[in-house]
Design a binder for this molecule. Structure first.
Ligand SMILES: Nc1ncnc2c1ncn2[C@@H]1O[C@H](COP(=O)(O)OP(=O)(O)O)[C@@H](O)[C@H]1O
Ligand SMILES: [Mg+2]
Length: 278
């Protein structure tokens, strides 16, 4: 190897320089991510503070109080959502094999989990008259899937949060799913109409930090990490996550999870607090 003025550079020196550059880039990414998350956490927390100030002034009508409480709930959901992604991000970056995570697998009724998440996000939907419905006939009869519940919950939380955020006002978000006995898998689909996503952009949405131009213009705040995290979690569970755009422009996210293929693949330990894992 030689320098521009013709003197030679030892391969180890070159390797050292390359590693230093890589480290500097990783550090820059990390700082950028931290700043991004901190910035996004401030928004819902400030909104909650502002709403509480309004409530304590004490001159609001019952209707107004109901609206303010609903908004506090939405903003708190958003803050919790961001904080959970933030915690997961560092865990999943470090080591992401099922055995390494050492989290217990639990049989999870996906229909119930989705109904709970839809309830959590519906107040955000109401802000723009977006209705979230879980079409639960086929899903309800699907067998429970053996998964790490808080992680899988975060997958659907990230997808539903996007669906609410990127939906057009007065549109519908439809969640459905079904069991396939041949592959012993349950597939869940979340469909919404809103911000345009080009079919050629769909594979990129799972990349770390990617945000499609239309979404970026309409909602400058965003990390581009939600679907990256979702894909990592689905990969850990030996599932498949995909995104398609219909000819009319509806966006559908699909997650296929094995019912019990993971049995015995993680070190089991009792969940500390079952109620906290929703
Ligand atoms: N329901 C959706 N409709 C349209 N585009 C979407 C939808 N969900 C995700 N996307 C696209 O995928 C990108 C990545 O999503 P995500 O990783 O959750 O990051 P963020 O929401 O912070 O931008 C979004 O910026 C957007 O371009
Ligand atoms: Mg998102």
């Amino acid at each position: 190897m030689s320098t521009p003025n013709g003197t030679s550079v030892h391969p180890l020196v070159e390797e050292n320089r390359r590693l230093k550059e890589q480290l500097a880039r990783l550090n820059r990414d990390r700082i950028e991510y931290l700043q991004n998350v901190a910035h996004q956490l401030v928004a819902p927390l400030n909104a909650i503070k502002w709403h509480i100030e309004n409530l304590t002034e004490g001159r609001l009508s019952i209707d107004r109080i109901k609206k303010v409480m609903r908004s506090i709930y939405s903003q708190a959901t958003q803050a919790v959502h961001l904080a959970k992604n933030f915690a997961l991000m560092s865990n999943l970056e470090a080591d992401h094999t099922l055995a390494a995570l050492r989290e217990p697998l639990q049989p999870v009724n996906l229909c119930q989990l989705l109904v709970n998440l839809a309830d959590d996000y519906q107040p955000q939907g109401w802000d723009k008259e977006v209705d979230i419905s879980v079409e639960n006939q086929a899903l309800d009869s699907a067998p429970p899937v053996l998964v790490i519940k808080p992680l899988v919950s975060q997958v659907f939380s990230n997808i539903i949060e996007n669906a609410v955020k990127y939906s057009s006002p007065r549109s519908k978000i439809a969640i459905n799913g079904s069991y396939d006995s041949t592959s012993d898998t349950v597939t869940v689909n979340v469909r919404n109409d809103g911000i345009r996503l080009k079919p050629e952009e769909t594979p990129r949405v799972f990349e770390r930090g990617y945000r499609a131009p239309h979404a970026k213009n309409a909602y400058p705040a965003g990390t581009g990490f939600g679907l990256y995290i979702a894909k990592k979690i689905v990969d850990i569970h030996e599932g498949v996550i995909g995104c398609t755009v219909t000819p009319k422009g509806s966006v559908i996210f699909s997650v296929k999870l094995p019912v019990k293929a993971l049995e015995g693949k993680t070190r089991q330990r009792e969940p500390k607090d079952r109620s906290a894992s929703r």
